[in-house]
Design a protein around this ligand. Structure first.
Ligand code: NAP
Ligand code: ZN
Length: 352
């Protein structure tokens, strides 16, 4: 298969810094779209993958799944886009498209294995997929999103992961006017959850460890903030919420949050992947018919729905633009929760 070499930023091992690498992109096939990447958001999952926090990272690893750019080439059978259009790519670039999940617009739960934008199995070139920290990407048009043109493009990029990952549970659990929603952690995902839940009409609360973020949380759409390390504030929140979206990226005790669910309430984990410690106490769950659930990104149709909603409601991410070469220090800052509230790479900086 014909390929083009493009510049990218990636890492050769879990311990190494990211640096410039060359990768190959396939020439467009009939249904493919080539996108010149203008901006790429920096998700905590990029860091988890680069450093092999979850195991299974294939190297060289080129992260990035919050991609926006301009279409530079299309294949002969592409119908939904034309050259020059703005476009977005999120966490998925392929799936079987035939299983029950795919047929129900839930490609992220494809039973034959969806293909991640990075660290997935590249069906065309062999090896693994490379993400958006690169000049260009080639993706099947069914996995390309239309980007609202009335919004700041750089600030749209994080919607492709942080936006959809919080939108999907808000929609699945039917959040609307009068719903009482809480969000744990004010980072990339958390700040989008506040904005989206507020725009859906919910009464929104943030749980945070960080008192310095109280004013920001209110500006972002929280009606209330509970400092999660303050026992009195936690107690005062007992029984309050219908839905809690927990975005914390590392192992933590979820039991105190279960106490703040109303009867029939659900805590949905989107941040931490792995066994819980301490154990989950089922007593308050049984006594109050409460649920603990998980949720993975969102399907393509749902991602388009979220982007259109953001276009209509003027919702974008709060971003700090960085140069590609500053990615390693940005990862260190992300680990210290020192980002308000998403880094976005200006991909022009990769050219210089
Ligand atoms: P982030 O920007 O680093 O934000 C995480 C926030 O969690 C922090 O700002 C902090 O908020 C809080 N936090 C951090 N460490 C904590 C700790 N030890 N205990 C309690 N709270 C802590 O990360 P992100 O990009 O939003 O991603 C969050 C997680 O979601 C990552 O693990 C990422 O891999 C995962 N993710 C999952 C999906 C999915 O499909 N399920 C999609 C994308 C990302 P406060 O200062 O307010 O406490
Ligand atoms: Zn992500």
């Amino acid at each position: 298969m014909n390929t083009t070499q493009v510049k990218a930023f990636g890492t050769e091992s879990a311990e190494a810094d990211l640096k410039e690498v060359n990768i190959n992109r396939r020439e467009v096939l009939a249904k493919d779209i080539e996108i010149e990447i203008l901006y790429c958001g920096v998700c905590h999952s990029d860091l988890h993958t680069a450093r092999n926090d979850w195991g299974g990272t294939m190297y060289p690893a080129v992260p990035g799944h919050e991609i926006v750019g301009r279409i530079s080439k299309i294949g002969s059978d592409v119908t939904k886009f034309k050259v020059g259009d703005l476009a977005g790519v999120g966490c998925l670039v392929d799936s079987c498209q035939t299983c029950d999940s795919c047929k129900n617009d839930l490609e992220q739960y494809c039973s034959n294995g969806w293909v991640g934008t990075y660290n997935g199995q590249d069906k065309h070139l062999g090896g693994h997929t490379f993400g958006g920290y690169s000049e260009k990407v080639v993706v099947d048009e069914n996995f390309v999103l239309k980007v609202p043109t009335n919004l700041d493009l750089a600030a749209v990029a994080p919607l492709l992961c942080a936006g959809i990952t919080t939108w999907s549970p808000l929609r699945h659990w039917k959040v609307g006017k009068g719903s009482k929603v809480a969000v744990v952690g004010l980072g990339g995902l958390g700040h989008m959850a506040l904005k989206l839940a507020n725009a859906l009409g919910a009464e929104v609360t943030l749980f945070s460890r960080t008192p310095d973020k109280i004013q920001d949380a209110k500006d972002l759409g929280a009606h209330n903030v509970v400092i999660s390390t303050d026992q009195d504030q936690m107690k005062a929140a007992t029984g309050k919420f219908d839905l809690i979206i927990d975005t914390v990226p590392s192992i933590h005790d979820i039991n105190p949050y279960i106490n703040t669910l109303n009867y029939s309430g659900t805590l949905v984990l989107v941040g931490y992947l792995g066994p819980l410690d301490p154990f989950l106490n089922t007593v308050p769950m049984i006594m109050g018919r409460k649920s603990v659930a998980g949720s993975l990104i969102g399907g393509i149709a749902e991602t388009q729905e979220m982007l259109d909603f953001c276009g209509e409601h003027n919702i974008v991410s709060e971003i700090e633009i960085i140069r590609m070469h500053n990615i390693n220090e940005s990862y260190e800052r992300m680990l210290k929760s020192d980002v308000k509230y998403r880094f976005v790479i200006d991909m022009e900086s990769l050219k210089s």
